[in-house]
Design a protein around this ligand. Structure first.
Ligand code: APR
Length: 257
């Protein structure tokens, strides 16, 4: 009897896991489409979920390639907004606090694809039909894990579709504000298309006590990775100004960055 009860509990928990992950993704998808009516027309959350699921269901959690998410990427119909795409590295919270209040800049997590998945963990198992949200490999445990491969593919797509003037928010409080091994440095910079991107501006957010400036020796590395036909620019932006703009959405965007 004990074994049967445990088996039932495990079965129900696993099923709840599968359903709750689907529910979270579906609810986020519907919420996004409700709030962004211009995106609604071309998207169907059920089709998007089916494409999402097929990328990792039934696969070993260390054997999900970025390409497995190609159908998902294709299922999401959302045009890039030129001149407003914002990349970030080590500034996640600040960048999102900023874009949450303003339409002038858009991060990957403000697009339907990124919004559905931000902060979530998921994986399946070889030959399983279930989704697990715990016990999945961590970011660096193995290369081809479902979450890392997803963000890699989503970042490639976000960068490859970028157009006009794009910017990246970097952290001036760090000793090294740009890292070649970050997703921004290793994936996004390299996927910017010089036929579409007019320029890349680094917004280096600095506090009064910070010593890091636009002259930091890590920035030539960024320029080396960047296509030579994409002009590079760097601007130091006081943290207090960004903070002020986060707390007062009435301040126009051009006065913020
Ligand atoms: N361990 C765990 N999580 C990681 C790791 C890691 N080593 N590296 C990256 N991540 C995940 C985490 O979810 C983290 O919050 O990526 C996020 C961003 O990591 P950062 O180092 O701050 O930035 P970066 O690697 O440059 O990625 C940010 O990628 O998501 C896109 O468009 C987005 O421009 C942004 C960039």
């Amino acid at each position: 009897i004990v074994v049967v009860v445990i088996a039932i509990i495990c079965g129900v928990t696993a099923q709840n896991n599968s359903h709750s992950f689907r529910n979270v993704v579906m609810e986020r998808c519907e919420e996004y489409l409700q709030k962004n009516s211009h995106v609604t027309r071309n998207n169907d959350c059920k089709i998007i979920w089916a494409a999402f699921e097929q990328a990792y269901i039934g696969k070993d959690p260390c054997d999900v390639s970025p390409e497995a998410y190609d159908p998902l990427i294709r299922s999401v119909k959302q045009d890039a907004v030129c001149n407003s795409m914002l990349f970030w590295s080590k500034t996640k919270q600040m960048a999102h606090a900023f874009t949450a209040k303003r339409n002038c800049l858009v991060t990957l997590e403000d697009t339907l694809l990124g919004f559905m998945s931000d902060g979530l963990t998921w994986c399946s198992k070889n030959k399983s039909k279930e989704t697990f949200t715990t016990g999945c490999p961590g970011w660096s445990d193995c290369q081809n894990n479902p979450v890392r491969s997803f963000w890699l593919k989503a970042s490639i797509n976000f960068a490859a579709t970028a157009c006009g003037n794009v910017s990246v928010m970097l952290n001036g409080s760090l000793e090294t504000p740009f890292s070649n091994s970050s997703i921004f440095g290793s994936v996004e910079v390299k996927n910017l298309d010089p036929n579409k991107v007019k320029g890349l501006t680094v917004l280096l957010v600095t506090k009064d006590t910070d010593v890091t400036t636009c002259r930091h020796p890590s920035f030539p590395n960024l320029q080396t990775s960047l296509n030579p036909n994409i002009p590079y620019n760097c601007r130091e932006v006081p943290y207090s100004r960004v903070e002020g703009c986060i707390s007062d959405p009435e301040i126009p965007c051009r006065s913020c960055l």
